[in-house]
Ligand binder design. Sequence first.
Ligand SMILES: [Zn+2]
Length: 353
Amino acid sequence: MADAGESTGAAGKHVAGGSAGTAGRHGVRESAVPSGSHVAGIGVQTKNVVEDGRPEEGFRMLRDAGFSCADFSLNYYLTNTCLYRMERNSFFDRSDQELEAYFSPHKAGARDSGIRIHQMHMPYPVYVPNGKKELNDYLWQVVAPKSMRLCAFFGCPYIVVHGLKLSRQLGSEEAEWEWTERFIHTIAPLAKELRITICMENLYGNIGGHIVEGPCCDGRKAADRIDRINDRYGAEVLGFCFDTGHANLAGIDFEDFITTLGERIKVLHIHDNDGVGDLHQIPFTFTKTRENKASTDWEGFIRGLRAIRFDKVLSFETAPVLSAFPDGLKSEALGFIAKIGEWFAGEIGEREV
Ligand SMILES: [Zn+2]
């Protein structure tokens, strides 16, 4: 399936959100994907930037910082911390029409700032282990399909979903995947109808203080499963979201993983950590020792994306950066993240690492 909303520039390069690398209306860069790059845009989460009362201001701030795309943080309307307490709020009790009315200012704000909603995150978990049937039924039957329809409302082609974390209870990763696949089948027909690709994300687990691989950490298995399900539906209903921070925590070989998944990778979650906690910070922040290189294998990341000729959006999942930095530095922090995106775009498009 073609990426809805991506336009092809005059030179055959994908560009997004206006004229690449040119000065914007307010003297700031609107989009700065370097020439020679195949990347379609640079994005970041809306969380901690776009606020419900005045969403247009947040989208303007993203545009002014140098972003052309956004990852709409739908998951923050029904958070994992709430769900893991076996609780839920009433946000998704709204009808589809009420939800669309709620998010109309967000959609208009993004459009007016030339920001494309390239991806969004479905609330997670979609299944609470040991949770009440009533809660889990609500997540599968109400939250998931309403999220899919909101994704379509935003004209967003990709929605990121977490696989179920059940391998410990069920005894194997295969049994765990069966449950995840059962969930996928509940929304795949809707994905086909709405022309949305559901993107599975590599996760990690924590067993007694040890970080372990979570769902979707085996690239070969993930590739086979995606192909098999897409064949069954005759559409690209399933894709992959590569999360750099989770991959670092689980010790995944970036280049091998990315090249194994290849064009099945539709979406990125770019962020950094110290290899111990899922901190969602700015790339190149952490090192292993004072003299050492970055904690995360950014060179492998670049080599992998270059090898698969990644032509989608470099999207950062760095919302916690914006609560760590003072509010007065928010636009500067965002600008720096966008600048790193531009640098990645240049590296992926051109030189050998
Ligand atoms: Zn992520």
